[in-house]
Design a protein around this ligand. Structure first.
Ligand SMILES: NC(=O)c1ccc[n+]([C@@H]2O[C@H](COP(=O)([O-])OP(=O)(O)OC[C@H]3O[C@@H](n4cnc5c(N)ncnc54)[C@H](OP(=O)(O)O)[C@@H]3O)[C@@H](O)[C@H]2O)c1
Length: 303
């Protein structure tokens, strides 16, 4: 089959078809989305023929041998730590969700890592109804889902973006306020969903309420965070930073997000969409902050 691999730049390679384990379904991939982390933080020593990619949607061509999961012909969205950027993907049936015929597979492909991360991180904040929640990197993949899901949970959402242009569309997703960087935030916040790290994480921490919490999700800034715990007048009494990592199994959370999408209650902002031949260009656009939301690539089979 054809797959995109880092050889060393993103390019097509012919690799063996995946051999599913008994608990895995084989899926013909229609579309996948790109995530910042799988490109920016990829392992420099990937073995030859290794197929990267976390998020993919498509159609089951071979159900799992152990009888779990959907039948052949079912449309699904899948989450895994490799194998998405290919014509075929073997995926554990605990890590997929069925996609109804009314939902475009390209939209569904945008959900896995970014959507489930945002959902689990909002949940980790605890009850946020009526509380102020700051989302950094709100213009990105995780950020746009986080704004919507925190607003759905009743939070007063403050979306932080790099510029007014990068913040376009965020009020429509549920942001009550926009700030250009957390340093411009007025007042304190109960919760922070931080996708940027570096100085933005420090600035967000300084603005916590006494029992506030920062979910340290990402480090898109690729900079270390320096916090001055002695900075006069800036520190909350008990505010804390929690290390956040999206946690398996993902199937149930993915199904919840697909349901919201199908009901028109979740807006998947696909800021870039094109054929998978344009993966290199799309990856470059994502890393250089030129994608509003998610980048989705459609898999075209060679005729
Ligand atoms: N811990 C976990 O389980 C988990 C799960 C998913 C993702 N992540 C991490 O979360 C972060 C966000 O992921 P994502 O998929 O949402 O990425 P994304 O779509 O690329 O969005 C990242 C956002 O960060 C902002 N940003 C600020 N400084 C940046 C810089 N120097 N370079 C690039 N972006 C910068 C950008 O917004 P502006 O241009 O508006 O400033 C951008 O929209 C990444 O670090 C990713 O690895 C972690």
């Amino acid at each position: 089959m054809r797959a995109l691999t880092f050889t060393p730049d993103l390019s097509f390679e012919t690799v063996p078809d995946p051999v599913p384990a008994p608990s895995q379904a084989l899926v013909q991939v229609s579309a996948f989305s790109l995530n910042f982390g799988e490109i920016a933080f990829r392992s420099p020593d990937a073995r030859p023929g290794h197929v990267p990619g976390w998020d993919a949607a498509g159609v089951v061509v071979q159900p799992a041998a152990d009888g779990s999961g959907p039948a052949a012909g079912t449309r699904v969205v899948t989450f895994g730590w490799s194998g998405a950027w290919a014509e075929l993907r073997a995926v554990d049936t605990a890590e997929l969700a069925v996609v109804p015929g009314t939902v475009d597979l390209g939209q569904a492909a945008a959900l896995p890592v970014a959507g489930v991360t945002a959902l689990q991180a909002v949940r980790r904040l605890g009850p946020v109804a009526g509380r102020r929640v700051l989302v950094t990197g709100a213009s990105g993949g995780v950020g746009r889902f986080a704004v919507q899901l925190a607003a759905r949970a009743g939070a007063h959402v403050i979306a932080s973006a790099g510029s007014p242009a990068r913040a376009a569309g965020l009020p429509e997703l549920g942001a009550a306020e926009i700030v250009i960087g957390p340093e411009n935030l007025r007042g304190r916040v109960y919760g922070v969903l931080d996708n940027v790290g570096g100085p933005q994480l420090a600035q967000a921490f300084y603005r916590l309420e006494d029992d506030g919490v920062v979910m340290a999700i990402g480090r898109a800034a690729r900079e270390a965070t320096v916090i001055d715990f002695e900075l006069a007048g800036t520190r909350s009494a008990r505010g804390r930073i929690e290390n956040f990592n999206v946690t398996a199994p993902f199937g149930a959370d993915l199904a919840h997000l697909v349901g919201l999408l199908a009901d028109g209650e979740l807006d998947v902002r696909v800021g870039l969409r094109g054929p998978w031949d344009r993966a290199r260009e799309a990856a470059e656009a994502l890393l250089s902050r030129r994608v509003a939301g998610k980048a989705v690539l459609d898999v075209r089979r060679a005729s």
